[in-house]
Write a protein that binds this ligand. Structure first.
Ligand code: NAP
Length: 301
């Protein structure tokens, strides 16, 4: 297949990592097409006539933003995802890879790490309920297109990400990026939200980009969790971060009046790794150091 690849959400964290390794694709963001409007989505399809669509665009944010704007999270994500999938069908796009998130898994399950078949076995956690349901709708929508129209469409369910292209504004950045900024700016101590006890899996954004590229190059189709096997408490992550950034003496204080969020949501990636033989995730220490060095260079200028 002669591939003409269109990437939505091209200006985001994952989109920019993908640009580094897939420069031949076309990258679009909200400034060119507002995907909540079907007229814009159709215009985009007519403009580029892609046969592969990587759908990264989403309303994404931190815990506070999710709590404060549940309607916006639900409506914008449902509209974007529905419009993009319907247009991909109408314009005969052969391959779609859409990105979900481990945040959309049930709040609690009996056995961890969670597998792909656990996705609908219970409601998502309260703090990102709207985002979770909107993304689950996209999973159900893609499954339906596979059944009714035999589409070779896929979705990936990645864990929390970090990377040099993350946003660093308060309430928008993800945990590791916020941690790196705090460590960079701190002299003696940093303060983190919650108890420090919740467990998290974090992946370097460039690793997800490599998985997406592999799926295109090797024509892989399916639904896969994407996460490294390691799981750490927030407290352990702060310690790894301090060490990677060579600021081991910093004291970490916890504001227990602030929410912890979901206690754990670690997933099992063995289904993906049985297809992507020899794939190696970037270690947290190496990834955090890389992002910290880039962050420092930008801010020392
Ligand atoms: P991001 O940095 O927040 O970027 C979001 C992208 O979506 C931007 O390019 C943005 O364009 C675009 N977008 C938002 N609203 C839009 C609209 N109405 N019309 C068109 N484009 C719109 O997100 P990310 O971190 O790269 O995430 C990429 C995907 O991975 C998302 O689907 C997300 O749910 C998923 N994911 C992310 C994480 C994580 O920790 N970051 C974890 C798991 C899954 P503008 O720049 O123009 O606003």
């Amino acid at each position: 297949m002669d591939k003409k690849i269109l990437v939505t959400g091209g200006s985001g964290l994952v989109g920019q990592h993908l640009q580094d390794i897939l420069p031949e694709a076309i990258y679009v963001s909200s400034s060119a097409y507002d995907l909540t409007k079907m007229s814009d989505v159709k215009e985009m399809m007519i403009d580029f006539e892609p046969n592969v669509v990587i759908h990264l665009a989403a309303r994404v944010g931190g815990i506070v933003d999710n709590i404060n704007y549940p309607v916006d999270y639900l409506e914008e994500n449902v509209l974007m995802n529905t419009n993009v999938l319907k247009a991909c069908h109408e314009f005969n796009v052969e391959k779609v890879i859409a990105i979900l998130s481990t945040c959309i898994y049930p709040d609690v399950v009996d056995t961890y790490p969670m597998r792909e078949e656990d996705l609908f076995n219970g409601p998502p956690t309260e703090t990102n309920f709207s985002y979770g349901f909107a993304k689950r709708c996209m999973a159900a929508h893609i499954d339906a297109y596979r059944k009714q129209y035999d589409k070779k469409w896929s979705y990936l369910i990645p864990c929390n990400l970090y990377g040099e292209y993350d946003k660093y504004e308060e309430h928008h950045s993800h945990f590791i990026s916020a941690l790196i900024k705090k460590i960079y700016e701190a002299e003696d101590s940093i303060e983190l939200w919650g108890t420090g006890k919740p467990l998290r899996q974090f992946m370097y954004g460039g690793d997800l980009a490599r998985v997406i590229k592999y799926m295109i190059d090797e024509d892989v189709v399916g639904s896969f969790n994407v996460a490294p096997e390691w799981v750490h408490s927030i407290n352990d992550l702060a310690e790894i971060g301090k060490k990677a950034c060579l600021k081991e003496k910093l004291v970490v204080n916890y504001d227990c009046t602030k929410p912890d969020g979901q206690f754990r949501k670690d997933v099992d990636s063995s289904k993906l790794l049985s297809v992507l033989k020899d794939f190696e995730f970037t270690s947290l220490e190496k990834g955090i150091k890389k992002v910290y060095d880039k962050f420092s260079q930008r801010h020392n200028r």
